[in-house]
Every structure is written in structure tokens, then in C-alpha cells.
Design a protein around this ligand. Sequence first.
Ligand code: UD1
Ligand code: CA
Length: 458
Amino acid sequence: MKVAIIILAAGNGLRMQSDTPKVLQPIAGKPILMHVMDTVNELLSSKSAYDFSKICIVVNKQYDLMRQHVSNKAIQWVVQLEQKGTGDAVKQALPFCSDCDVMLVIYGDMPFIRSETLLKLLDHSKGQQLTILTSQLANPTGYGRIIRNQQHKLIDIVEETDATKEQKKNIEINTGMMVIPISKLKDWLPQMKPNNQQKEYYLTDLVHIASSQNACVQSHTTYHILEITGVNTRQQQIELERAYQRWQSDNLIQKGVYIIDPNRLDIRGSLSAGHDVTIDINCIFEGTVSLGNHVSIGAGCIIRNSHLADYTTVNPYSIIDQSNIASHCNIGPWARLRPHTKLAESVCIGNFVEIKDANISKNTKIKHLSYIGNADIGEQVNIGAGTITCNYDGINKYHTQIKNEVFIGANTALIAPLIIEEHATIGAGSTITQTAEAGYLTLSRVKQRVIKQWKRPR
Ligand code: UD1
Ligand code: CA
């Protein structure tokens, strides 16, 4: 069966009161539309009997921004010049899908719709029947209400603005997702009239048009509220963000992760964790992050696209970006590991230390106030407080190599390119410009003077 997926995203989103199109507003760090596209991609790669041969996104005139976000070249962009309602949006898409059997309509403002639910909806339609995805909400305000006859047959959907007091009490709602047989749609569309409060062509009118012709209308109900929650206002965006974050936290908690307060954790991407992992409050995980067993993350940490191996501890307010951390490391508080930092086993990085593009070998300690960039640091090295690799001349970056068992005294400037040979010691306060020989003490220090006749200005 050939299925056309239609994503409705042309609405003006006026209720958001924002210059950014509603479907590009973020949830969990990603535009709402991109979450929908994740589901579409799941459908495309699912092993189902359906041939998803067309994907249309219905957009308004200002869709350039959206095009930048959605890179899939197979997408058919359908421009709806005037926002005359969801029914009109589908009408605009129809000419692009006339060779398909059914249309699967999904909304661009519902980020967490699941592919498994959409596949069930398609199964219910058997490729021939108008099929509506419904749900039941304790508070159905704002949604179209499902109207059934005494035989429990679905005969109509009424929008909140058009509903009677009695109809508004109904908790069964239209989620908006539906499957429409294309041959019938061609017949039904001209019967749609904008006779309602909003003077729009409602897609939901298909239900009473179909049932008045005695065509069978099917429904499938989902009780997974998160997947059918749409975003129309800032308030809803914020509430859905929290609900989604809570859902992600709960999934991790079920796998044994100790999240100290699941209401104060944000995952903007994917986080995987082994056993006996503890995450303190107010942490943000971005991109793809994996934590080994017995990892502990202190309060207020931000970790992005990184892997942290077993028994590593990150102390509060540290930032780790595109880094690879081996086991038994101790990081922070207030450490900043920038892209391409690699820490071997049992490395210790203390407060106000910044590291970038550097390999730090096992058992090395950089405990206070240092900048290490473009460097390879050996095993069992001790880097004193205030050590700086001077790696940049304003144009080029240069490399520093510090070999095993070196000791760098505090407040040392290492002018790259530079090599410090094994077991060398650098005296505190030095500016080192040339290779420091293995095993010796190297220092550059201005001789201390005493000026006895000097007087403090008064
Ligand atoms: C719609 C449904 C309602 C359902 C609710 C679920 C209709 C008439 N109503 O109401 O029954 O309970 O969704 O969330 O369908 N859009 C266009 N072009 C337009 C208008 C809208 O592409 O001319 C797109 C929007 O970008 C959005 C989607 O269609 O992604 C839904 O539109 P919206 O205005 O949010 O409909 P609701 O009032 O939420
Ligand atoms: Ca909506």
C-alpha cells in the first residue's frame, strides 16, 4: 500500500507571539518539526507492509527557514498561500499524492507522536477507511471533540469554538492524526464548507461528510498523552518540555539511574548510563552522552557529546564538550573540558582548569587554574597552579609535548612549540621557550632584588 505522509506546518502560530515559526520553536534543544521528522524517519526505516512513497510538508510562504532545517531531499514542499484551515492545507497537498492509496496526516506541532502509533492507525484503516487517532484527556479544553452515535460509531468532530456546553464535557478528543483514502478524499474535499466560528476549512469535517454517505469511519485511541500533546502557546511549549524531560528521567530511573531530582534534569539529545550512576540537580546533557558504571555527576554540570567511563566523578559546575574520559577520573568543580580533550585513567582535573585539543595520560594531575591547549601530556605528570600553554601567536596554533613524570612548577608559561622531556622539573614562575632536558631542573627567573631607599608614595 502506497502511503503519502502529509505534515501540516503552515499555520501562522499566532498564539506563540514569536517571529520564529511555531514548528521551529525548540523542545529539548531541537525544533519541534525535527522531532516530527525523527518519527517520519522511523516510519521510513520500519519493517512494515507500507510503502511510504511520498512525504509532503505543507508550509506557508515563509518556509525558507524550515528548508534550512530539513535536509531530506526527498521531501515535497507544498506551499499553502493563505491559511484557510487544516482542510485547505490537505487540499493543497492532494495533487502531489494522487498516485498513493492513502494519506497519513500528521501535525508539525506535535513533536512526540510515535511511529508505532501511526503504524497502528494505518493498520486500522485497512487502506480504505477514514481513520482518526483519538485520545481521552482529563482536561480536553482546546481540542476538537469526538461525537459518536448510540451505536458508538464516530459521526462527527466539533471544534471547541463550535461545541455546545454538553459536547465540551466529552473527554474523547481528536488528536489531529488521521488516515484518509485518497480516492475518497477527491470526492469529499469539495463538500467541505467554512461554516464555523473560525471561517476555516476544517479537515475534521471529513468525518461527518463520510458518515453522512454511510462510509465507515474508524478510530484508534492512544493513551500516551505526551505523543498527542501539541504546542500552540509558549505556556504549552514550556509544559510539554517539562513533561518530556520528566518522561526521559523516568526512563533512566527505571534502568536504575539515581537522579536526585527528576524535575531538575534536562536531556537535549540522548543520555545512556550504566548502573550505579548518580546525577545531582540542574545538569544538562546535550547531543549523545554515555556514562559508564558508578559515574557521579555533580550539580549544575553541562555535558555534551562525550563519553565518561566507569568510576569517574565530575564535581559541580563543570562543562565537558566532545571529550572522552577514561575510568576513575576526577574532574572539577568548575572545570572546562573543550572539544577533543582525552583523559586517560585516573586523571585529576581541578578547579578553573581549561583543556582543549589535548591528550592527558594516566595518573596526571592538573589541579588548579590552568590552560592546556594543543598538547600531549604524559603519565604521572604534575602541572602546578596557573600553568599556561601559550599555544597561539595570533595566527597559528602550536603544540606542546610534556613527557612522563614531569613536574611543572606553579605559574609557568610554556611557549609552544615546545617539548619538556621525561622527568624534567620546571621551576615555578618560569617562562619556558626551549626544550627542557630530561631529568634536570629548568627555570627562568628574574633575580630577586631589594631596594632599600624606596619609599611608598603617600
Ligand atoms: C486541530 C484540530 C482539532 C484537534 C487539534 C489537535 C482542526 C480543524 N482542528 O486544532 O480537532 O483537536 O488540532 O491538536 O483540524 N495548519 C496548516 N494550515 C492551516 C491551518 C493549520 O498547515 O491553514 C497546520 C498548523 O501548522 C498545525 C496543524 O495544522 O501544525 C494544526 O493547526 P492548529 O491551528 O494548531 O489546529 P488546532 O486549533 O490545534
Ligand atoms: Ca494545534
